[in-house]
Design a protein around this ligand. Structure first.
Ligand SMILES: Nc1ncnc2c1ncn2[C@@H]1O[C@H](COP(=O)(O)OP(=O)(O)OP(=O)(O)O)[C@@H](O)[C@H]1O
Length: 269
């Protein structure tokens, strides 16, 4: 974590005409999208829009189904990447990951397990003093040091979500990718989570936030991409994208969008 913006002109991902088909279903449809390193961006879409599929393409779990000369699928300027090597550039946080911690794993172990890309620690894992120190720094930075010895199964969803952010930060990734990170958080947990995310964004870490909820888009995020039926529908500056017409069209319901203190809200009617 560093002070100041790390946003550079170097593209982190560069997609052109990327389509992904699975079980005969088109999950991504000719997606063209460039995200620079350190950029803070939201990808917004309704249920089933293809948001998780897009994340899988960003993390190189999915590759284009029909490569061709018109298809560009680059990560940091390269066509091929080992998914394992991505860890130092991208930290992934998803609400679903929390449910996979079913064993008695302490808050400290949740963060430490990021070094091993595992769910908790196992006997084969060799934890070094450097890893311990980094974990302490992260727990401190995220203001969750009091959770270090608490089992994940006995803490709230909001607290767990912040520990998962800590897990994603162990390799000091330039960009944090968050998949629907506020699912099941109550108002208080939501408030604390946003505060944490803003702190990370202000430290210069890039954010790719995937969500269907407008208020998840923290004020630091300036660019919003709308996705529906696996395709990018709009991509631009937040104020220009988050309009009644665009959001109403995206969710296929009449809405009024309003802005308050840098946050956006949509009300259906
Ligand atoms: N492996 C797969 N094989 C076939 N269809 C899939 C596969 N994965 C996802 N789908 C379908 O593709 C569509 C897009 O799924 P995806 O999970 O990317 O959407 P999403 O925007 O993340 O949705 P949600 O907000 O509900 O999580 C959905 O209709 C889903 O059922």
């Amino acid at each position: 974590m560093t002070d100041g913006s790390r946003c550079s002109l170097q593209p982190l991902i560069e997609f052109r005409n990327v389509s992904v088909v699975r079980s005969g279903r088109r999950l991504l449809d000719q997606v063209s999208l460039t995200i620079r390193e350190g950029e803070q961006i939201a990808i917004l879409g309704p249920n089933g829009a293809g948001k998780s599929s897009l994340i899988r393409a960003i993390t190189r779990e999915y590759y284009p189904s029909s490569p061709g000369p018109e298809v560009v699928f680059r990560f940091r300027g390269q066509d091929r990447w080992d998914a394992f090597d991505l860890r130092s550039y991208i930290g992934l946080v998803s609400g679903d990951l929390q449910q996979t911690f079913t064993r008695k794993v302490s808050g400290r172990e949740v963060v430490l397990s990021g070094f091993f890309s595992s769910i908790g620690l196992f006997l084969s894992h060799e934890v070094t003093p450097e890893m311990e120190q980094k974990t302490d720094e992260i727990l401190e930075f995220l203001e969750v040091a009091h959770l270090a010895d608490r089992p994940m199964t006995e803490i709230s969803s909001g607290e767990g979500r912040r520990l998962l952010i800590g897990r994603a930060l162990v390799h000091d990734p330039g960009t944090l990718v968050l998949d629907e990170p506020t699912n099941s958080l109550d108002l208080h947990a939501l408030h604390t989570f946003r505060k944490t995310l803003r702190k990370i964004a202000q430290s210069g870490t890039g954010i790719i936030l995937v969500t269907h909820s407008l208020p998840d888009i923290i004020p630091e995020i300036g660019r919003v991409v709308l996705i529906r039926d696996g395709a990018v529908r709009m991509d631009g500056e937040k104020g220009e994208v988050l309009t009644d017409d665009a959001i109403g069209g995206l969710f296929r319901v009449p809405v009024r969008v309003r802005e308050e203190d840098g946050y956006y809200y949509a009300t259906g009617y």
